[in-house]
Design a protein around this ligand. Sequence first.
Ligand code: ZN
Length: 344
Amino acid sequence: MPPLLEELASLIEEVRNDAKSAATPNELAQVKARALGGKGFLKSALSGIKDVPSEERKAYGQQLNALKNEFEEFFKRRAAEIDAAAKAEAEFFDSGLPGMRVQMGRLHPIRAAMRNIVDIFVSMGFDVFTGPEMEYEKYNFDLLNIPEYHPARDDMDTFYILPGLVLRTHTSPVQVRVMEKIKAREDVIVQMISPGRVFRRDRPDATHTPCFHQLEGLQVGRGISMANMRWILDEFARRFFGPETRTRLRPDYFPFVEPGAELAVTCSMCEGKGCRVCKETGWIEVMGCGMVHPQVLRNVNIDPDEYSGWAFGFGVERMAQVLYQVPDARMFFENDMRFLRQFS
Ligand SMILES: [Zn+2]
């Protein structure tokens, strides 16, 4: 080997070793540039040819050329090897690895509670009706005996869309729509529930949200009394809250029922003994109910002297809050997966 090439020996060795340990095409390209690039050592060795004695020049040039060709072959081979290794890694399948965990969807707790409630009433022979979420004032208020001056009509409480058109504030208008269509006069002419979304201009807090779910029920027929209401609501409370649950009715006022009542269930935390959850009373109020006001029946051409009925309504969020002991109604729509995953 001519003396100048001997000087290159250590550089050649170094580049070969680095090329062997390069793991990516990018790393290899950097090593290649050190040998064959514009500022590579082969280039500078070639430019040093003028200092070589003329009789050695030819041999020197041939050797450099051979070295350059050899390097090019070598880098081509290394590139192919790196490529093949990357492919093999990508295709490698380890059947011993644990499988990927699949996230299973499940019902939102409000949807689950709603289905559960609907199933209970359907099993007792109630039909399910739904109505529009955007409702005429006539159905939302007038025909339900809610007078012109009633505070519920205030635009502080109700979302008005257009004059005479609101986002329904309760599911009761569905009762009116169903009763309006009744032609047959059987003993029990209506036995229905209507689940759905309702809207109120409430600032969200632990017990209020501007949109929530309500479920309304109605039974109208000949000789229907508060005893029918009591039995069915008792049965519902036992099936939804647990077989030990007892109920309590207390007088209350709603414009569309007379007499009106409020139903409370025994606190499941303390079994009626009194605790923090029930504010030491042993009871938790869960719904409004009562005998349908005669004027509401007259409004839909049902003779209140011949027929009577009872109705109830409650917030599904409220029911779920009591059942699952959820302290804040907002948790149901904040969609925090850590909260929602608890209900399976
Ligand atoms: Zn209690």
